[in-house]
Design a protein around this ligand. Structure first.
Ligand SMILES: *[C@@H]1O[C@H](CO)[C@@H](O)[C@H](O)[C@H]1NC(C)=O
Ligand SMILES: *[C@@H]1O[C@H](CO)[C@@H](O)[C@H](O)[C@H]1NC(C)=O
Ligand SMILES: *[C@@H]1O[C@H](CO)[C@@H](O)[C@H](O)[C@H]1NC(C)=O
Length: 335
């Protein structure tokens, strides 16, 4: 009910918007409702005009995670290669970057669950990228800073390549929400090429389908794997990767009942991804759309697993699946 009100507000003011056309945007959302405190909601007008200070290098911090290390990681400085080594970085290992989204920081749930799951499976290097100095600002400011944050992160990754021997060919950059676009832009700016980007429900509001340079797209890495869980509200509503997965159609997720802000469905993207790393068999089927999938018109089509430690790099196009409404979410071949 309240989500419908949100769409109505969005639809109405889209026509009077001075800065964006309806066609150009990934979603009709022009006002965001967010829960700032338990039971306290704030509405942000995304269509206002504003000018912001550009982010600085010091607005991006890294926390390094190792097996059996502190839950929040070890703070490391990009220009301190000795400190990075002594925290446990080893260049011969796989490296995973995890980038949180709006109103999150280094101890965000996405970082906690994804780093834990990844380290349970493999002894790898994990960098949590903390850009909370920017991400805690309004959505308008945080989203408009994404290109700058991404290009700064790209530069910091270059210095990790140069000083610590980071192997981009053995690197996965996983980002949630706005962090998915930060991942794309960072990889677009690094000198080499990122191997895999995992977009966990890339943010939709204020991102354009047509203007690929401002968002995650297929030119950013060798392979871009995208999981959509709140498409059209907080998440991007179209396929933007080499392979895009749409659990339960990609919109609202089962078990998210009164999801006024969309945040429950939005966060399912990283819960599914984390589960897929350790145990999940999120069998998905290639299909034109969810209706076709539900009607069984794609039975026998090409199957692919969503997520996984080694993403399915042979997948191309859109894949659909169902999940359970609570953990463990994966349905295996019954989805
Ligand atoms: C890293 O850069 C910061 C400023 O950005 C500086 O204060 C610090 O001394 C530098 N550390 C090293 C090891 O160069
Ligand atoms: C990536 O790193 C892992 C160890 O974490 C190693 O087993 C694997 O061979 C490496 N892959 C490539 C392509 O270098
Ligand atoms: C879903 O795909 C089928 C087959 O390609 C097509 O006929 C149908 O119009 C599509 N439905 C929607 C809602 O896009």
């Amino acid at each position: 009910m309240k989500a419908l009100i949100l769409y109505f507000i969005g639809f109405y003011s889209a026509y009077s918007s001075p800065v964006a056309t309806v066609d150009d945007q990934s979603s009709f959302v022009t006002h965001l409702i967010s829960e700032i405190d338990s039971g306290q909601y704030e509405i942000e007008d995304l269509m206002r005009e504003a000018v912001f200070k550009p982010p600085q290098e010091s607005d991006i911090q890294f926390y390094f995670h190792v097996r059996n290390g502190p839950a929040d990681g070890i703070k490391v400085y990009w220009n301190d290669s000795e400190g990075i080594r002594s925290a446990g970085f080893a260049k011969e290992k796989h490296t995973l970057f995890i980038i949180h989204g709006w109103r999150n920081q280094y101890d965000a749930k996405v970082i906690e669950v994804v780093s834990k799951a990844a380290l349970d499976v493999q002894d790898i290097n994990v960098f949590a990228v903390d850009w909370s100095k920017i991400s805690f600002k309004t959505y308008l400011e945080a989203s408009s800073a994404v290109p700058e944050v991404g290009s700064l992160l790209g530069k910091l990754m270059d210095s990790l390549v140069e000083n610590n021997g980071l192997d981009l060919a053995n690197t996965t950059v996983a980002g949630h929400s706005l962090g998915a676009h930060v991942a794309g832009i960072a990889c677009a700016h690094v000198e080499g090429e990122c191997d895999v980007i995992v977009g966990m429900d890339p943010a939709g509001p204020l991102f354009s389908y047509d203007k690929t340079e401002g968002r995650l797209d297929t030119t950013d890495a060798k392979f871009v794997h995208v999981i959509h869980t709140n498409a059209g509200l907080l998440g991007f509503n179209k396929a933007i990767g080499h392979a895009d997965y749409f659990p339960n159609g990609g919109g609202s997720q089962p078990g998210c009942i009164l999801d006024i802000t969309g945040s429950c469905s939005h966060s399912r993207s990283y819960l599914y991804y984390a589960e897929s790393l350790t145990s999940g068999h999120f069998t998905a089927m290639k299909c034109d759309n969810y209706t076709e999938y539900k009607n069984g018109n794609c039975d026998g089509q090409i199957k692919s697993f969503m997520g996984q430690y080694q993403v399915d790099k042979s997948a191309r196009g859109s894949y659909f699946l169902k999940t359970h409404s609570s953990a463990p979410f994966a349905m295996g071949d019954n989805s």
